[in-house]
Design a protein around this ligand. Structure first.
Ligand code: ZN
Length: 402
């Protein structure tokens, strides 16, 4: 259990909690004294919420540590990623709807291009489009390894997920991606004797896969990485007494949410408005909603400062639809920072807005931005404390002790 002291304090309440995550929200000025992406964005709705609510900053993992999105989300859900580790293979697999049960081993696969000597000439197979990759993934489903069952599913472009099910499988296996071109993919190598047999099974699978793919102009090879099994996390419901729903366009975030027992909501479209419409459709069925916006992070990684600001603006424009539903608690934050200036994730703390009209203590901040958050009343705190704080403002926690 992430917080042993929480379950005994839980009490029923009808107050609903919304956790709105703009991936990679935190930014940096591109020049000294300039605005960050969030500060440059026109966000009248979020600014109003900031003035009515309370601001702060969260540290995703530990100060100075740059997080991946998987661990950063786990932290937001209250599970310390240093305590609860989830392999990339599991995240990718559950994200596309492949179950990863106890004892199963999941890996993330990348198609690659091999030259006539079997050396990698492109680690991403020319980033083949999804339409071309799907039939290739279908052909991989014909592979049969005696004694185990394998399932393969396409993720996006050159990426797929593979899950192996059988007796005594063990995920303690090195990645087969050598991280460079000009040499062949590595074999699956066990890091411990207990994983020896599993590594050999994956080697058999990859050998057959290469036979299936032989003759393909681009995707004639593959690498596997992130071998992992079900982390068997305590559920969101047991940990916090919340029936949670996840609304996300991208598979990996659905994956993390489903690993903690949130229900993944299917919907059409991919704009913030589409996501808020899905929220409205399921509003009466859940206590807690995690909504994930991906493109803030993508634009940050592209180094597109104004593009990232525009995505934030598009979320702000759609926000009234969410507010009309009347959440008792709304948290708007990110999983980590992705400053356009750095074109990558960073260790900086993340802007955090808590809006809870019945219980929040305002802090004289009037805009949602990094500077305001640095001066906010919530201060700087660990991301894992987000859910307990939200539970309190939703009236879901009894007092501790007499
Ligand atoms: Zn992220």
């Amino acid at each position: 259990m992430p917080f042993e002291y929480i379950p005994p304090l839980l009490r029923p309440s009808s107050g609903k909690i919304v956790l709105l995550v703009m991936d990679g929200l935190g930014g940096l000025p591109t020049e000294a004294g300039g605005p960050t992406e969030l500060e440059a964005a026109a966000t009248p709705n979020m600014d109003r919420l900031a003035s009515e609510g309370m601001l702060g900053q969260i540290t995703p993992i530990r100060p100075g540590i740059t997080p991946g999105s998987g661990p950063a989300h786990l932290a937001l859900f209250g599970y310390d990623p240093l305590e609860y580790e989830i392999g990339r293979g599991v995240l990718e697999s559950v994200g596309v709807g492949l179950q990863v049960g106890r004892g199963d081993v999941a890996a993330r696969g990348n198609f690659c291009t091999l030259d006539s000597e079997g050396n990698i000439s492109d680690r991403r197979a020319g980033r083949i489009p999804t339409e071309e990759a799907i039939p290739l993934v279908e052909s991989l489903k014909t592979i049969n390894i005696p004694g185990v069952k394998t399932e393969v599913r396409h993720v996006k472009e050159y990426r797929f997920a593979v899950v192996m099910r059988g007796e005594s499988l063990n995920p303690d296996i090195e990645d087969t991606d050598p991280q460079q071109v000009g040499i062949p993919p590595l074999p699956a190598v066990a890091r411990s004797p207990a994983a020896e047999q599993t590594a050999q099974l994956f080697n058999q699978w990859m050998k057959q896969a290469r036979e299936v793919l032989a003759g393909q102009p681009q995707a004639n090879g593959m690498t596997l990485r992130g071998f992992a099994t079900d982390p068997n996390l305590p559920t969101f419901s047991d940990s916090y007494g919340l029936k949670g729903a996840a609304i996300s366009v991208y598979p990996m975030y659905k994956g993390v949410a489903s690993l903690v027992g949130m229900q993944v909501i299917n919907f059409t479209g991919e704009t913030p408005g589409d996501e808020f419409a899905a929220l409205a459709d399921t509003w009466s069925d859940f206590d807690f909603f995690f909504i994930h916006i991906k493109k803030t992070d993508s634009k940050g990684e592209d180094g597109d400062f104004y593009g990232k600001a525009e995505i934030i603006e598009s979320v702000d424009k759609a926000l009234p639809r969410l507010l009309d539903l009347g959440p008792q608690v709304l948290v708007i934050t990110g999983d980590h920072s992705t400053p356009a200036k750095l074109r990558t994730h960073s260790w900086h703390p993340v802007p955090f807005l808590l809006w809870a009209p019945d219980t929040v203590r305002p802090d004289n901040q009037e805009r949602f931005g990094e500077r305001a958050c640095a001066n906010g009343g919530l201060g700087n705190f660990p991301a894992v404390q987000t859910i307990p704080l939200a539970l309190a403002h939703a009236g879901r926690l009894e007092k501790f002790g007499a």
